[in-house]
Design a protein around this ligand. Structure first.
Ligand code: 4AD
Ligand code: MG
Length: 460
């Protein structure tokens, strides 16, 4: 007879007792005493393990009481209130079926395993408390992202993953080609013979396409994978990461900055209310002030300063930086972290950066030096959001593209937005993994994405 599964989360939430159910999951631990055993299983539905009490009178007691951690089982029996500490409800098993055994080679047989070790076993790590928590919170944040934007009348837009343009102009592109590299070596490259008839890449951002849809549908957001071939082996960079990019027509920088801080606060609020057990676990295990800090950030105004003010704060600080501070400096993580961690102790919105260090599409200020850019910096990470008001003046934008040594013709469709019904518009990009890091308190971005991609690493 095929049994229906009841998820542990449901048993706890509905406080199911005095009824018979079947639970299926993986053994986390097994403790034998004289006439019975306690089996802790986890079915992935929630942080809590579920205790199954095995009586020695069970038909296959000798088999199930000898199972090792990692084995998959199906346990059927009566739910009762538990006297033991650690759980409210447990099961008195009447039948336990062994679905798949794990032997002593199961890599997670030992309880304490380092995050590095688990990274090498990324295919199994969601079976630990830490990664169960991280990925349930990640799921909640993805759902919250859609809720936030849908509640505000935004349309979800899927921008292309293969593109011919370099949105950020940083040249950190993965090329996409069907050309035979061996033949190219001898015959030279002819991109007209390539699949798309021109050079093409994996996208670094969906922004340019999102702009075209905002300038017709009013307000849209993307939420998809982006790729950067930067050689950054840090705890904050991935070469494949997910970005959330809202774009709003008729909006200016102020409007988009407050949308960005509302969104970040909303994410925090949703994590705290929908994943309390996970958040408490993460606080206990990784960051002792996680909940108070996040609650404080959720409930307070973000500090807003201009880049020029940031430079003044940094240069009048006593701190020695690796990169010397002066106007024109591209803020490095050390500067971003000083501002948020040591000076303001809270997230900071920095606006109006020098035009030389920002992307070509940003609206030029009348001072001739700065652009209407906005970054949100948070303690522990630095930049989590980058955005701007877009240049909507055809002539200024064309000149800017030319000054980068590029051909405006290649941007014809992007420039069309400035030819036909041009209007102020603005948007930002939130690095989804950086947000997950910030909210879970995890220190390494490789631990908040299922299978991290970074230089020399694309296992799994
Ligand atoms: O600041 P960035 O480069 O901005 C853009 O791509 C704009 N087109 C966004 C927009 O205005 N629509 O990237 C946005 C965010 C950063 O603030 C950071 O959080 C994240 O993306 N990010 C990365 N996250 C992980 N690994 C990397 N290599 C990242 N590069 C950027
Ligand atoms: Mg940026």
């Amino acid at each position: 007879m095929k049994r229906t599964r009841t998820r542990v989360k449901e048993i706890i939430a509905k406080e199911l007792v005095d009824c018979d159910v079947t639970v299926m999951g993986w053994i986390r631990s097994l403790r034998n005493s004289k006439n019975f055993s306690f089996m802790a299983i986890n079915d992935g539905s929630c942080q809590s393990n579920f205790q199954v009490v095995l009586d020695a009178s069970l038909e296959n007691y000798s088999v199930v009481s000898a199972l090792l951690a990692g084995s998959a089982v199906s346990a059927t029996g009566k739910l009762v209130r538990s006297n033991g500490k650690g759980q409210q409800i447990e099961m008195q098993a009447s039948e336990v079926e062994v679905i798949g055994i794990a032997d002593q080679n199961y890599p997670l047989q030992k309880k304490a395993t380092s995050l590095e070790f688990l990274r090498e076993n990324a295919h199994l790590r969601c079976r630990t408390n830490t990664f169960g928590a991280v990925f349930r919170v990640r799921n909640a944040l993805a759902f919250a992202t859609h809720k936030f934007f849908q509640e505000r009348g935004f349309y979800y837009l899927n921008t292309p993953i293969i593109t011919a343009s370099d949105c950020e102009g940083a040249g950190e592109l993965f090329q996409v080609t069907t050309l035979d590299l061996e033949r190219v070596k001898n015959e030279g490259v002819d991109y007209s013979k390539d699949y798309y008839g021109k050079r093409s890449y994996l996208t670094v951002s969906g922004q340019l396409e999102a702009e075209t849809y905002a300038m017709g549908m009013g307000q849209v957001y993307t939420f998809g994978p982006t790729f950067r071939a930067e050689n950054s082996n840090t705890s904050r960079h991935l070469s494949e990461f997910w970005m959330v990019e809202p774009e709003v027509a008729f909006a200016d920088l102020e409007e988009i900055a407050s949308l960005a801080s509302d969104y970040l606060k909303y994410l925090i609020g949703e994590a705290l209310t929908t994943c309390p057990e996970e958040m408490e676990f993460l606080q206990k295990t990784y960051k002792e002030d996680l909940l108070t800090t996040l609650t404080h950030v959720r409930d307070s105004e973000f500090v807003k300063i201009t880049y020029t003010e940031a430079i003044n704060i940094l240069s009048s600080s006593k701190k020695k930086f690796d990169y010397p501070v002066s106007f024109g400096l591209d803020l490095q993580t050390e500067h971003e972290r000083y501002l948020t961690e040591e000076h303001f102790h809270t997230p900071v919105i920095v606006t109006d950066y020098p035009k030389e260090i920002k992307a070509f599409y940003m609206k030029q200020n009348s001072d001739g030096k700065t652009v209407r850019a906005m970054d949100i910096l948070v303690p522990g990470i630095g930049e989590i959001i980058g955005g701007s008001q877009r240049e909507c003046d055809l002539e200024k934008l064309t000149k800017k593209i030319e000054s980068m040594g590029q051909n405006p013709q290649d941007y014809w469709w992007y420039l069309d937005l400035r030819r036909y019904g041009s209007a102020p518009h603005a948007g930002f990009g939130l690095g989804f993994e950086r947000a997950v890091m910030y909210i879970t308190g995890m220190n390494n971005i490789r631990d908040v994405v299922p299978y991290p991609r970074y230089p020399k690493s694309a296992e799994f």
